[in-house]
Design a protein around this ligand. Structure first.
Ligand code: CTP
Ligand code: CA
Length: 235
């Protein structure tokens, strides 16, 4: 869609979106990463800017994507860097969206030199938990540090303990955010493809499917929902 064909309903809104996947270094040449392309987060940033918002895009590693026009881009590498950038940017934000795939774990230590192979098997890689940035933002808000509407993402598959929506509802409750955007993954869905399908689960218990479409269409649907719910938010 052409920018001038879109509504300017986000004018005056300060929006922060995280995108891409963090990389957790093991040594100067290796890292633990994930397959997030960054496309959904970039689409959210681009569409918000086209609708008039002032947008900060906290970008971890992505496939080669053009910088969305009129967006402030803050590049980060690790989960800890992303955390710092998000807390800083959230301070004066109206809406914060955690679309990034944040590594749950990082290597305990970072080797200063390249780890060399020997004729032995390597030591196991010791990992430690990364902070849950989304959860921390929710807690910081309840501590009165800032007051944005907070959106999380979840890519879920069903398993023996429950289907996609069961897992997603539990995740929404655990995170305490206002909205969880749920992507059904598996069968080649969501990762590294252009189209997403999923649900919007809101903290008030409302649930609505989002139709299969381009990531730009998904972004538009997410912003429509956020603009409706963030203006009626009472907490
Ligand atoms: N998230 C985060 N910090 C982390 C891990 C995840 O902020 N260390 C955010 C993601 O950006 C996303 C949401 O939390 O918005 C859900 O991420 P997900 O990986 O689905 O949830 P986890 O709580 O890590 O649970 P699990 O991976 O075990 O399903
Ligand atoms: Ca995770």
């Amino acid at each position: 869609a052409r920018a001038d064909a879109l509504p300017r309903d986000m004018e005056g809104k300060r929006v922060v979106v995280s995108a891409g996947g963090t990389r957790e270094p093991l040594d100067p040449v290796r890292y633990l990463g994930n397959r997030s392309s960054g496309k959904q987060g970039y689409a959210l940033a681009r569409v918000a800017a086209q609708r008039g918002a002032q947008v900060t895009l906290v970008s971890a590693h992505t496939v080669a994507l053009p910088e969305p026009a009129g967006v402030d881009v803050v590049n980060v590498g690790t989960a800890l860097e992303l955390r710092e950038a998000m807390h800083k940017a959230a301070a004066d934000a109206d809406i914060v969206v955690m679309a990034a795939a944040v590594a749950d774990f990082r290597p305990v230590s970072l080797a200063t030199h390249k780890i060399k192979k020997t004729d032995q098997d390597p030591d196991p890689v010791a990992l430690t938990r990364n902070p849950d940035v989304l959860r921390e933002l929710v807690v910081a808000r309840s501590d009165g540090k800032f007051d944005p509407y907070i959106v999380g993402f979840a890519a879920e598959t069903g398993d023996e303990s429950g289907d996609v929506l069961t897992h997603a509802r539990a995740k929404l409750a655990r995170k305490g955010c206002d909205l969880l955007v749920v992507n059904a993954v598996g069968d080649g869905k969501a990762f590294e493809v252009e189209d997403n399908a999923g649900w919007l689960l809101a903290a008030d218990g409302s649930e609505r499917p989002i139709a299969l479409g381009s990531k730009a269409q998904m972004a538009a649907g997410i912003w429509d929902f956020v603009m409706k719910s963030s203006t009626s938010r009472t907490v």
